[in-house]
Design a binder for this molecule. Structure first.
Ligand SMILES: NC(=O)c1ccc[n+]([C@@H]2O[C@H](COP(=O)([O-])OP(=O)(O)OC[C@H]3O[C@@H](n4cnc5c(N)ncnc54)[C@H](O)[C@@H]3O)[C@@H](O)[C@H]2O)c1
Length: 342
């Protein structure tokens, strides 16, 4: 018999895959999402259709205590904002989750430069609200918090691969700074109430239903239509692209291991440890789509890091994390999905 897990950001790209994975192993899931307008609600509703399909396939009966309108199998979606402490506390008190996987955030490095205060409100204040509601719910059985951080906290670290013990005091975008702030608040949460708490540093995640602002999603669509793509910088920047199913497996492992392993507070990298340059990413997109890209060059953006490259020693050892999907195969899977749906 599974647990009830609260997943914030459930309608998003990674959130919907994490919900499906939890449902697939028999957990009940309560999703929480405000359908932030950063991208279309239609895409998020489509993500939730996949989640509900997984719920129907994977379980019987409603999520614990569910009477709300948007319930299906072991899944229920509550629409609400993580900065609204009344709404967040109500979800905890009604559903009594055994743990929370907090993925809701305003994502995206470049847009954060135009709105640092908005990013801080959602990411920092919102995370404080979720952590505090989890603390209040301890007596009702809430045992752990798993929080999405980002490889962007490494900034332009001079040495690579990036390990969890490296100095991360120089984030170069407001988004990265908010994610580092979340990590610090997570530590404080653990220190004050001893609830096991993990910060997961995701490295550029891609795969079916990828956020439409992210480069692989945009490039697949533009190259397939013969429209120009914009390349920032000289093409030598690199990203440690990580397939979304591998990320979801890492999130579930962290959810289990942060308690079983007696970790208290722990930071784990979830990456692929195989960086790909922007030039090679574009060549892969061309091969997958079967068309040449028309490239427009722009100078590098100030908030973009030079490279990301995950050291997986700790997450392999402590989580058994082992990414399985190679880059070209993952892009082909994404194109098979995006090309079909979009
Ligand atoms: N996609 C990546 O490559 C990547 C890399 C590193 C970290 N992350 C982190 O992973 C998490 C998920 O990212 P994603 O790519 O799936 O993004 P996403 O935008 O697809 O998902 C985020 C979800 O959070 C919801 N949300 C935003 N503000 C909210 C609020 N105030 N209240 C409730 N819900 C809110 C959005 O509606 C959305 O559905 C984020 O925390 C992001 O910062 C993502």
């Amino acid at each position: 018999m599974g647990q009830t897990v609260l997943v914030t950001g459930a309608a998003g790209f990674i959130g919907s895959h994490v919900c499906a994975a939890l449902l697939g192993r028999g957990d009940h899931v309560v999703g929480f999402d405000n359908f932030d307008p950063f991208y279309s609600r239609v895409l998020k509703e489509a993500n939730l259709i996949r989640v509900r399909t997984a719920a129907r396939a994977g379980s019987s009966g409603d999520a614990a205590g569910s009477t709300a309108r948007d319930a299906c199998g072991g899944f229920e979606l509550v629409e609400g904002d993580i900065t609204d402490s009344g709404a967040v506390r109500a979800v905890f008190s009604r559903h009594k989750p055994a743990g929370v996987i907090h993925l809701a955030a305003r994502a995206g490095v470049r847009p954060s430069i135009a709105d640092p205060a908005g990013y801080a409100r959602t990411n920092v204040t919102g995370t404080a609200v979720v952590l505090e509601a989890a603390r209040e719910a301890m007596d009702a059985g809430c045992t752990r918090c798993i929080v999405a951080s980002s490889s962007s906290v490494y900034g332009n670290c001079p040495s690579a691969p990036f390990g969890e013990t490296m100095d991360v005091s120089e984030p170069i975008s407001p988004y990265a700074a908010t994610k580092r702030a979340c990590e610090l608040m997570g530590y404080t949460h653990w220190h004050l109430c001893r609830m096991p708490t993990a910060m997961l540093r995701f490295f550029t995640v891609y795969g079916p239903a990828q956020r439409p602002d992210l480069a692989i999603s945009r490039f697949l669509s533009l190259v397939s239509r013969g429209e120009p793509i914009t390349m920032f910088g000289n093409g030598q920047t690199s990203r440690d692209y990580t397939y979304v199913d591998d990320i979801a497996a890492g999130v579930l492992a962290a959810y289990d291991r942060v308690v079983e392993g007696g970790h208290g507070y722990r930071v784990w990298n979830l990456g692929n440890s195989a960086p790909v340059t922007l030039n090679d990413m574009i060549k892969t997109v061309e091969r997958v789509v079967g068309k040449r890209a028309v490239i427009r060059n722009e100078p590098a953006s100030m908030g973009d890091v030079e490279r990301t490259f995950a050291d997986l020693t700790r997450s392999r050892h402590e989580l058994g994390f082992s990414p399985r999907v190679g880059f070209e195969e993952g892009v082909a899977r994404q194109w098979a999905f995006d090309g079909r749906t979009g």
